[in-house]
Design a protein around this ligand. Structure first.
Ligand SMILES: [Zn+2]
Length: 433
């Protein structure tokens, strides 16, 4: 006897009218037209059933703090970092936990069931680290959360010397933080930035951990930390386990240099996370016109075989006043900024917030194939492209075969003489002649 049988689902790979069978929290079978006894059956009515959304880059410690203690007036990355510095002494563990828990509610409603979040480790109290370890424990039944030890103020920029933040970062790892972070472009010099990449990658190799660095998050065409990150990845045998996040300077780099750099990144199997909403908002702030978009070279990286995911990065915090945990909104922005408008490229953008992001986190048993966890989202859309176009309603969100969230279909009632009485802006309603 199956626990759950979903009929008549479209899958992201283009298969239609598929049945997905669930037993004991895992996918038992994926096939066309399966008839079998089940405790619960659901007719998907030709809607898209997707693996859950995954956010490969977020800041859960700062989330939902918008306006505290004041709003970022310039809108720049550097004022955001200064503002976060003003907020840090005012934080309490209870406020951090409650804001993060509220965000996780939003995430579940949006079908977002795995989040890699950076957590600032430059506070000697490690208040945010302890708060997010508590949140990770509380949400474990419904969200896979990965924590990255992120030295926001620069790992080598401690007031008492270069050991200060390195020590707090190591203490955070000792307490159970999963991934080694970094911010080389924010160290005092380019040389210190390169040294920080070397030291942090060596630390990760020693401890058998993954690496995810904020890297070259600037408009500086001469920033070279991703080159060092690829080099250290390859030197230390960390291929596939290291992520370069943001990489916005690649937008502004010389094309000849990039033609050498991307193959080095591919050789190191460097994972890339681009954060389209935030990159297009924070970068190019020193430009007049034309203004640079500041997003890294997503289609070119994908074409070279580099795995690229999109992240939300910020939601209602010192850096960004909007955001709701909607990874379709993130992918929608990425698609526009990177001009990834072909059918194949739009499908890649959908994968950047699902399958590719799962690879960045190193999640196992993710996907719609037998043996994987029965985690999925039923969307009010026929395929990934319609899901992106509509930022489709998450009709039902499941984890381990259990229903976590439901949202009514978005349908507008119309009061127009001679016209249909409702519309959901679906492609299926377009006259075909
Ligand atoms: Zn970030």
């Amino acid at each position: 006897m199956l626990d759950l049988l979903i009929h008549n689902a479209n899958l992201p790979d283009g298969r239609t009218n598929m049945s997905v069978a669930v037993r004991a929290g895992r996918i038992a079978e994926v096939t066309a037209g399966l008839m079998a006894p089940a405790h619960e059956t659901l007719d998907a009515q030709g809607q898209l059933l997707s693996p859950p959304f995954i956010d490969a880059h977020f800041h859960m410690d700062a989330t939902l703090s918008y306006g505290l203690p004041r709003v970022n007036a310039s809108g720049t990355l550097l004022e955001g970092i200064a503002l976060w510095g003003e907020l840090k002494p005012l934080l309490t563990q209870e406020a951090l936990v409650e804001r993060a828990m509220a965000y996780c509610d939003w995430a579940v409603a949006k079908g977002l069931l795995a989040i890699r979040t950076h957590v600032d480790v430059c506070d000697p109290r490690l208040l945010a680290v302890d708060a997010l370890l508590e949140v990770k424990r509380r949400v474990a039944p419904y969200i896979d959360m990965q924590l990255v030890a992120f030295p926001q103020d620069g790992v080598l920029r401690g007031k008492t010397g270069p050991q200060e933040h390195m020590d707090t970062l190591k203490r955070a790892l000792d307490r159970g933080v999963d991934v080694v972070g970094g911010i080389p472009h924010f160290e005092r010099t380019m040389a210190d930035g390169a040294l920080s990449v070397k030291l942090l990658c060596e630390l990760a190799a020693e401890r058998g951990l993954r690496v995810d660095m904020h890297c070259d998050e600037s408009d500086d065409p001469h920033s070279r930390h991703v080159e060092t990150l690829a080099y250290e990845t390859q030197r230390l045998g960390l291929q596939g386990r290291v992520t370069g996040s943001h990489l916005t300077s690649m937008h502004s780099m010389d094309n000849y240099y990039v033609s050498k750099l991307i193959p080095l990144m591919a050789e190191a199997d460097l994972q890339v996370v681009s954060n389209p909403l935030i990159n297009i908002t924070l970068q190019g702030r020193h430009d007049s016109y034309p203004k640079r978009r500041g997003m890294t070279r997503v289609p070119e990286l994908l074409a070279a075989g580099v795995n690229v995911a999109f992240g939300q990065d910020c939601a209602m915090d010192p850096w960004y006043s909007l955001g709701s945990g909607d990874m379709l909104e993130v992918a929608h922005m990425g698609l526009h900024v990177a001009q990834m408008t072909s059918q194949a490229a739009m499908a890649q953008c959908f994968r950047a917030v699902t399958r590719n992001a799962a690879r960045v986190l190193g999640l196992s048993d993710y996907g719609l194939v037998p043996g994987c966890h029965a985690d999925f989202v039923l969307l009010q859309a026929a395929d990934p492209i319609e899901a992106l176009r509509l930022r489709a309603t998450r009709l039902r969100v499941y984890r381990r075969g259990k229903l976590l969230a439901q949202t009514p279909a978005a349908t507008s009632q119309l009061h127009l003489a001679g016209r249909p009485d409702s519309t959901a802006c679906r492609a299926e309603s377009i006259p075909r002649f």
